[in-house]
Ligand binder design. Structure first.
Ligand code: ZN
Length: 456
């Protein structure tokens, strides 16, 4: 321990009502940005603590980790022209709206989505931003600023689209970029913002959008750049049957074979959705250590299917949880997403396979593994002090005997207190330093401006 850290204040989150980690039933001790001790049930910390937070009315979880989102889509929630459509027609309808995005709209959309996530108990947010129109060139830079303002840990991904409608892709030509521009900007962002190692507040990964909007050359070049720069890779894969048919028609292979062919099948990669894998593909993902971000609400809204979470985890693949973009969910609430994962999972698996403990594991440790991190997603000594405290005061929890299970079964939708890197970012349900009414009105105005561009 360094001399400076030994002078930092210690805080005991004392005797929570319940905790997802049985070894921390008596709470945890935080010093600086880290957890330094777990306290067993009924015990005291081994050393004197400076301050105490009485957690006897709260359920303690590690800060939740969201593994896939598109913040800008908060501007097109419940958008009439895109309602009641499966993925491809949903996308082609919305691409034309999204083509009008500018930096200011993305900035406020990112801020709002981050605050929504934070209030739901999420401390690490991942975003997949792939729309770079003429008026929106500094998307990731704006998102870094927003993450610093809100105080969340951010895994930002530099998305890309290089195959427009003229070349047989789905997106309009105005939102695709040439490949050298994409690669140059990716390298710039890594250099400027990516923090390697434990405790990182901002990481950058490379994220070509999907097989139907990016060339094979860009997929391969992105993998090479990621390897050279030691950053992670992310994309959408195996979301729908239509995507499988598209890959077979265009590349003569299934989506996972295509991914493998592009040099992506490894532990540096996590995939959004990962629904339509067969048994041998699941074994390959497990052996490779490729992660899957399970997005239950989005998969249900678009009728895409059910991710094979239990088989993927058993095969060794990291399985995380994600709210996905707000045009297909249409919220950014990871606590609610845990309930959705539990309910959806039980349509395929037996109740003792998809337990509340399993889903909490996906939303914390599993999600952290998807992002390649061991310093978050848990409450062990040495891990980052990222945590969420959920109260059970609401009517919906009254009569609940098991507080941990109640979070999912009764449907917790917000955390009372949230800490990121040892700093309280939500207190008594209110995010620190954020004017919610002003944010709401700036965001609504930005959304209306975006819809307006398509109507003129
Ligand atoms: Zn997505």
């Amino acid at each position: 321990m360094s001399a400076s850290s030994s002078t930092q204040q210690t805080l005991w989150i004392r005797q929570p009502l319940a905790c997802s980690d049985p070894a921390a039933s008596g709470g945890i001790v935080v010093m600086g940005n880290k957890i330094i001790e777990q306290v067993a049930a009924g015990q005291q910390p081994t050393q004197q603590v400076d301050t105490v937070f009485d957690a006897s009315q709260h359920v303690l979880l590690p800060g939740l980790v969201n593994t896939h989102h598109h913040f800008y889509q908060t501007l097109t929630r419940a958008y009439t022209a895109a309602l009641n459509k499966p993925l491809f027609p949903w996308l082609t309808t919305l691409y034309d709206v999204w083509a009008g995005l500018d930096d200011e709209q993305l900035r406020v959309a990112s801020e709002l989505a981050m605050v929504e996530l934070l209030m739901s108990g999420c401390t690490t947010i991942a975003d997949h931003h792939y729309v770079f129109s003429g008026a929106l060139q500094h998307a990731i830079d704006s998102q870094v600023e927003a993450a610093r303002l809100v105080g969340v840990r951010a895994a930002l991904t530099r998305g890309s689209m290089s195959v427009g409608r003229d070349e047989g892709g789905l997106p309009p030509q105005s939102v695709v970029q040439d490949e050298q521009t994409i690669l140059d900007d990716s390298a710039r962002l890594i250099k400027q913002y990516h923090q390697p190692g434990n405790g990182a507040m901002v990481t950058v990964a490379l994220a070509p959008c999907s097989p139907f909007s990016v060339s094979q050359a860009l997929m391969r070049a992105s993998a090479q750049l990621a390897q050279a720069q030691q950053v992670r890779l992310h994309t959408h894969l195996a979301e729908t049957e239509a995507e499988t048919a598209y890959c077979e028609r265009l590349f003569g292979m299934r989506p996972l074979d295509y991914l493998d062919d592009c040099g992506w099948l490894g532990k540096q990669t996590w995939l959004a959705h990962g629904i339509h894998f067969n048994d041998s593909e699941i074994r390959r993902l497990g052996t490779a250590g490729t992660g899957v971000a399970h997005c239950p609400s989005s998969n249900m809204v678009l009728g895409s299917g059910l991710c094979r979470t239990i088989e993927l985890e058993a095969a060794g693949a990291p399985v995380g949880l994600a709210v996905d973009g707000s045009a297909s969910n249409d919220h950014s609430n990871l606590a609610q997403e845990m309930r959705q994962a539990l309910l959806l999972g039980r349509l395929r698996y037996s109740p003792d396979q998809v337990t509340h403990e399993a889903v909490i594991r996906w939303a914390t440790q599993g999600s952290a593994r998807c992002l390649g991190r061991t310093d978050i997603g848990g409450l062990k000594p040495g891990q980052q002090a990222d945590l969420a405290l959920f109260g059970l005061d609401g009517l919906r929890f009254s009569g609940a005997e098991n507080p941990l299970a109640a979070l999912l079964l009764c449907g917790a939708d917000h955390a009372d207190h949230v800490m990121v890197a040892g700093q309280w970012r939500v207190r008594s349900g209110q995010p620190e330093g954020i004017d919610l009414a002003a944010l709401r009105s700036r965001h609504e105005a930005a959304a209306r401006r975006l819809w307006g561009h398509i109507r003129h």
